[in-house]
Ligand binder design. Structure first.
Ligand code: XMP
Length: 508
């Protein structure tokens, strides 16, 4: 499978570079600058990312380009461009003023393959504190802006290009064209990395890896584990055994509905109702992290008990996706940070199973595209993310079955209304929170003293940052009315208007 390697020097935009290439159906992998593997026959080119560091710093990130230089096309972006200049005899100095934001690029050498199809003047996005004062010997200028003379250059005798601006961000209006110029004519990529191809290749690989063994997979009702299950089902058929645990903390009727839809998809699913166990262990616990720990432990134990009944199981499949595994380069040192996978932390070590993760190379929207290519129902593919600990972290304070029941009803009204009004797909994640306060109200002629719930709906791309959605007032009015009228025990509804940061999506 042909691919581009991206050396990450710690820029906030590195993942965007990968996204852009993948949008053009070119497969790529991100590596910390000091862990880039030697190229194999599949590698078609290398991109050096930006960085918050300065090439002039004593501890500036360094990369050994010997395995690539002269053999494969290289594109340096921002820090990458400065690094290529400095290490080849050019000069990099602090910019007289920090250059940040839009700039107009004037193309000087329109015949260069990297500049093909770009307008003579085109808007680009700059974000840098240093500037390339002098080009290295053997390099020539391709484009400039009014403030940055050496905004794009290339080496005369080597397939090495460098640009000071960021083609991967939206504000570089012809950034996609420039990246396409690099990956298609220059690197020679065929752009054939499509969801259909991914399915075909992954199923073949899974067949080979897993052989005749049995595989166990924990389904959560979410998109990732479901897509992973369907891929494995294609590869190993009935040797895939799925386990779906009801923690009693799922949405209203979710356990029954999701279990039925999994069965409709032909999956071999064992459903385990463990709500009593979770409720018993959570009794009286109010600390959010303590709740997460208990739920994690109960999940592992329940899962283990069900899994131990499956004979000849050698593999544990997980729905881990790319943002969970990609290592981000730390410019202050090589120690790479890896996010742990919330839902299944601790499972593999305890189970002595080998792990298989068919989605570990995909971003979330790619998982959805693969789901479509596998013919999965839209109702499953388009589901909002839902946290592993479920409603437990949306009930502030201790958990009781009665509180879960109240919150499930509120959540159902909110989500059903979003669907009915065509708003569900416009929102990234939505849910309700049961607050630990009661307030005075009046219903009929009676004074009430009941619970308050908060509604939350956010827009986001990856959950790292989020903004509250401006749901129509009429929608909120109608939903609030319906909740207070129908859900016994609730007499007040509020809407959360906080963004992340500084707030978070979940309240706990
Ligand atoms: P926060 O609240 O950190 O949430 O802004 C970001 C995203 O992560 C989800 N989330 C979790 N998912 N286990 C999970 O599996 C957890 O403990 C957990 N906490 C938050 C949250 O729903 C949102 O999508």
């Amino acid at each position: 499978m042909e691919k581009i390697l991206i050396a990450d020097f710690g820029s906030q935009y590195t993942q965007l570079i990968a996204r852009r290439l993948r949008e053009m159906n070119v497969y790529c992998e991100i590596y910390p600058f000091n862990k880039v593997p030697r190229p194999d026959a599949d590698v078609r080119g290398v991109i050096l990312s930006g960085s918050p560091a300065s090439v002039r710093d004593a501890g500036a990130p360094q990369i050994d380009l010997t395995p690539f230089s002269g053999h494969l096309p290289i594109l340096g972006i921002c820090y990458g461009a400065q690094y290529l200049a400095q290490t080849n005899g050019g000069e990099v100095l602090p910019s007289p003023s920090r250059e940040y934001g839009r700039a107009m690029l004037s193309i000087g050498d329109a015949s260069d393959p990297l500049m093909q199809g770009l307008d003579a003047q085109t808007q680009v996005w700059m974000s840098h504190g240093d500037t390339i004062q002098t080009l290295p010997a053997g390099a020539h200028l391709l484009a400039s802006t009014s403030d940055v003379k050496n905004a794009a250059y290339r080496f005369d005798k080597l397939p090495v290009w460098a640009i000071q601006f960021h083609p991967e961000v939206y504000h570089t209006l012809q950034g996609m064209q420039l990246l396409r110029n690099f990956i298609v004519p220059i690197c020679g990529c065929r752009q054939d990395w499509t969801p259909d191809n991914f399915v075909e290749q992954t199923v073949a690989q899974l067949k080979e890896t897993v052989g005749d063994d049995n595989v166990i997979l924990g389904l959560s009702g979410g998109v990732d584990s479901s897509v992973a299950a369907i891929l494995l089902k294609r590869a190993v058929g009935d040797r895939l055994h799925c386990i779906f645990v009801d923690s009693g903390l799922l949405r209203y009727n979710e356990y029954e509905e999701v279990l039925a839809s999994y069965k409709d998809m032909g999956l071999n699913v064992i459903g385990v109702d463990a709500s009593e166990r979770f409720y018993a262990d959570l009794k009286g616990v109010t600390d959010p992290e303590e709740k997460r720990k208990i739920i994690g432990r109960d999940f592992v134990e329940t899962f283990n008990e069900a899994a131990s009944k499956i004979e000849n199981a050698r593999w544990l499949a997980q729905g881990t996706i790319y943002p969970d595994v990609v290592e981000s380069a730390s410019v202050s040192g090589p120690a790479a940070k890896i996010k742990s996978h919330h839902n299944v932390g601790g499972l593999p070590e305890k189970m002595h199973l080998k792990v298989v993760e068919p989605l570990r190379l995909l971003f979330k929207d790619e998982v959805r595209r693969v789901g479509v290519s596998l013919g999965m129902p839209q109702s499953l593919i388009g589901r909002h993310p839902f946290p592993g600990p479920g409603l437990a972290i949306r009930i502030i304070g201790d958990i009781t079955p009665e509180k879960v029941h109240i919150l499930q009803q509120v959540d159902k009204i909110f989500i059903d209304n979003l669907r009915r009004e065509g708003l569900y797909d416009k929102v990234w994640q939505a849910g309700a929170i049961l607050l630990p306060i009661q307030s005075v109200g009046v219903m009929g002629d009676e004074r009430t003293y009941e619970r308050c719930v908060a509604l939350r709906a956010v827009s986001s791309v990856d959950g790292m940052t989020a903004d509250w959605v401006h749901l129509p007032y009429e929608f909120l009015a109608q939903t609030s009315n319906e909740i207070i009228n129908k859900v016994k025990g609730v007499n007040r509804v509020v809407y959360d208007i906080s963004s992340k940061p500084p707030a978070t999506i979940e309240w706990e």
